[in-house]
Design a binder for this molecule. Structure first.
Ligand SMILES: *[C@@H]1O[C@H](CO)[C@@H](O)[C@H](O)[C@H]1NC(C)=O
Ligand SMILES: *[C@@H]1O[C@H](CO)[C@@H](O)[C@H](O)[C@H]1NC(C)=O
Ligand SMILES: *[C@@H]1O[C@H](CO)[C@@H](O)[C@H](O)[C@H]1NC(C)=O
Ligand SMILES: *[C@@H]1O[C@H](CO)[C@@H](O)[C@H](O)[C@H]1NC(C)=O
Ligand SMILES: *[C@@H]1O[C@H](CO)[C@@H](O)[C@H](O)[C@H]1NC(C)=O
Ligand SMILES: *[C@@H]1O[C@H](CO)[C@@H](O)[C@H](O)[C@H]1NC(C)=O
Length: 609
């Protein structure tokens, strides 16, 4: 049992990154993990930096230096400026050197502040003057003699948020305050470090939503630079992106996660797990930064923005349906759709009511559906903006309600995952497969956690997952929940060749649940590992039994090797394969309660890509 825990510990470990991200804004009267950064045993104090933005009150280096009790000359040198009296553009980021040290449980950089007349409350000082570099609750706690609001002329003790690295690889952990519109990938670009490093250092899940008036730690390994030419992302469109609403993602404790997953596993795994973990630890070191390509995200919209002039006779898009949509959809005519799909020719059919075609030299997927369903799907996609989810490009409304409307989606060039796994010319190498698994999990995570209300996909399978030319995966969200076992003629579903292996509870109740998605994700993982497709639901059940306890006949590794896709030619780390198989097994547990959450899944996968 001990070694089992060890496997889970290795899979789920977050031993290095010990600082958390506090999702609540500076003024929030709560103490959370990340409200202050906790001391580690590696370093009690260090010299580090924080980022401050020039503003109305502190427009020059001399003002800023006075505020932080720093040397103006040092600031000038550090920030490539020439004069202490130069007026800085509001928002210009300035690096401030600080001495960070441990006082009790937390790191802090002590400075003092003389309360002036323009500021009246702790919140004004913490969130306004210091831009969230300290939370107002901390300021209040550290100055107990000032009951409610500090008096003008009094001197406050200001322990700014800071942290010291817990190992030699990181040189500085720079405290960076977020403002509206900031995203972790832009911060990564600014500091010329991989975005994943930021996620890691702050215990953030990949592709996190971050909030204004909070801070993150930026782990700088090499030279400290701050590239001021990186533009912040477009301001968010109110109502669609959860940038200001403070929703606290559910934070179960590590231990609880360990327990859940631990309980899933069979005891017989002990020996295998032990040796696998040895190998796996080595793999950990090969962890490399995979940037989420924000560039992909941007360019994928441009295909739609080519100016088009369309005849209004058959023009199908009624403007009221688009109210609130944040990107413009293209407006296609029925003729165009027919031309694109060669009159819905057989060889353009992808599956069910989905066809592929070319419109204006862009490869697209076209889904045929009822008029009333188009609105639902457009509404849904107006809330989705994620690189791992296939984009909706446009629509065409038909006259009648009977399957005469169309939605046009981007078509990632390498086609669907199912074909990718069977096409011998594709040779999906192992690292591509783990990346694909990670991409799908990221898309799913977005749907489950960042959509309001949360969206359950309910038809995840290898034919609904598409691959881009650089082998990143995108999940297609074609809309409404399919009824299991039916390929209804009404176009509700991207109907599949039936069969396949679906979550048992969805067969019984048909109810949508995140755990149904997790089950389906587990099946996709097994397909990624073995390249096989489970037509009747027996194949995988038999094949992975060895993970659960039936390991007596033949070694575990032997059976795992037999299960693996032969085209991988042993060119994969066995430990990772085992980890993935164990994960897949947990996902396809009969009891939904025993399946991991997509959070847990990402923690495992993030270690492999
Ligand atoms: C903060 O983290 C610790 C240890 O990781 C955990 O035990 C505790 O529950 C967390 N507290 C909150 C409020 O999340
Ligand atoms: C940090 O400490 C060093 C010596 O310990 C001191 O010379 C320096 O002025 C301090 N820097 C700040 C910003 O307080
Ligand atoms: C910072 O202030 C605290 C009081 O809150 C004090 O205990 C600590 O010694 C100070 N640290 C430094 C390095 O001056
Ligand atoms: C962030 O803090 C500033 C300054 O206190 C305040 O004006 C702004 O409303 C805050 N924004 C949010 C989203 O809390
Ligand atoms: C070093 O520390 C950083 C931040 O605390 C963490 O992200 C990283 O994984 C650690 N690296 C090692 C090798 O421990
Ligand atoms: C200042 O400019 C130099 C040379 O242009 C550059 O190497 C350095 O990174 C810059 N410093 C910062 C903090 O951006």
């Amino acid at each position: 049992m001990i070694s089992l825990w060890f496997l889970m510990w290795v899979c789920f470990n977050s031993i290095h990154a010990q600082q958390f991200y506090d999702f609540t804004p500076c003024s929030s009267p709560t103490n959370n993990n990340g409200t202050r950064y906790t001391c580690n045993s590696f370093q009690k104090s260090c010299h580090t930096f924080l980022v401050y933005r020039a503003n109305q009150q502190s427009q020059t280096i001399s003002n800023i230096a006075r505020l932080f009790i720093a040397s103006p000359d040092e600031l000038i040198f550090l920030n490539n400026l020439t004069s202490a009296s130069e007026i800085l553009k509001p928002g210009r980021e300035v690096l401030i050197p600080i001495n960070c040290s441990c006082t009790g449980k937390f790191y802090q950089a002590n400075i003092t502040y003389l309360v002036s007349e323009t500021t009246t409350s702790f919140a004004d000082i913490a969130c306004g003057v210091f831009e969230g570099l300290i939370k107002s609750i901390t300021l209040a706690e550290q100055n107990p003699s000032h009951d409610n609001d500090p008096k003008v002329g009094s001197v406050l003790h200001v322990p700014l948020k800071c942290a010291c690295p817990d190992n030699f690889t990181v040189k500085y952990l720079v405290t960076y305050p977020f403002i509206e519109g900031d995203e972790t990938n832009e911060v990564g670009l600014k500091f010329e470090i991989p975005t994943v490093d930021i996620w890691e250092a702050n215990h953030l899940d990949p592709g996190p939503t971050v909030y204004p008036n909070t801070t993150v730690l930026v782990p700088v390994k090499g030279k400290l630079v701050i590239n001021l030419d990186i533009p912040v992302s477009d301001p968010p469109i109110p109502g669609f992106l959860p940038t200001t609403a403070v929703k606290q993602p559910e934070k179960t404790t590590q231990l609880k996660k360990l327990f859940i997953v631990g309980s899933i596993l069979g005891i017989s795994l002990v020996l295998v797990a032990l040796s696998a973990c040895g190998l796996y630890v080595k793999e950990l070191n090969k962890w490399k930064a995979a940037r989420i390509q924000s560039s992909t995200r941007r360019s994928s919209l441009t295909s739609c923005s080519t100016p088009r002039s369309r005849s209004s006779t058959n023009s199908c898009l009624s403007p009221d349906l688009l109210i609130g949509i944040k990107y413009s959809l293209c407006n296609y005519s029925t003729e165009e759709i027919r031309r694109a799909t060669k009159d819905f020719g057989k060889d353009t059919k992808i599956s069910g009511f989905v066809y592929k075609g070319v419109v204006d030299n862009v490869n697209v997927m076209i889904k045929q559906l009822r008029l009333k369903d188009t609105k639902l799907i457009i509404d849904l996609h107006s809330k989705i903006n994620h690189v791992n989810i296939v984009k909706l490009l446009g629509a065409c409304y038909g006259e009648s309600n009977f399957l005469s409307s169309y939605l046009v989606f981007e078509f990632p060039a390498n086609g669907c995952l199912r074909d990718g796994l069977t096409n011998p010319s594709f040779s999906l190498r192992w690292h591509r497969r783990t990346q694909i698994a990670f991409d799908i999990a990221t898309g799913l995570h977005y749907l489950h956690y960042f959509m309001v209300p949360p969206y359950t996909h309910m038809s995840i399978n290898s034919r609904n997952i598409f691959l881009t030319p650089n082998w990143r995966a995108k999940l297609a969200v074609f809309g409404t929940t399919p009824m299991v076992g039916s390929s209804k003629e009404n176009g509700d579903v991207i109907s599949l060749p039936r069969g396949g292996w679906v979550a048992p509870e969805s067969l019984e109740s048909g109810l949508a649940s995140e755990k149904v998605d997790i089950f389906a994700f587990g099946v996709v993982l097994l397909e990624l590992i073995s390249a096989r497709e489970d037509i009747d639901g027996k194949l995988f059940r038999e094949s992975i039994r060895f993970l659960g306890g039936g390991a007596s006949d033949g070694g575990c590794f032997e059976q795992l090797r037999n299960f693996m896709d032969p085209s991988l030619k042993e060119d994969y780390p066995l430990a990772e394969a085992l980890c993935l198989a164990v994960l897949a097994k947990a996902c396809v547990e009969d009891d939904p309660m025993h399946r991991p959450s997509v959070d847990d899944i990402m923690k495992v996968l993030a270690r492999m890509v």
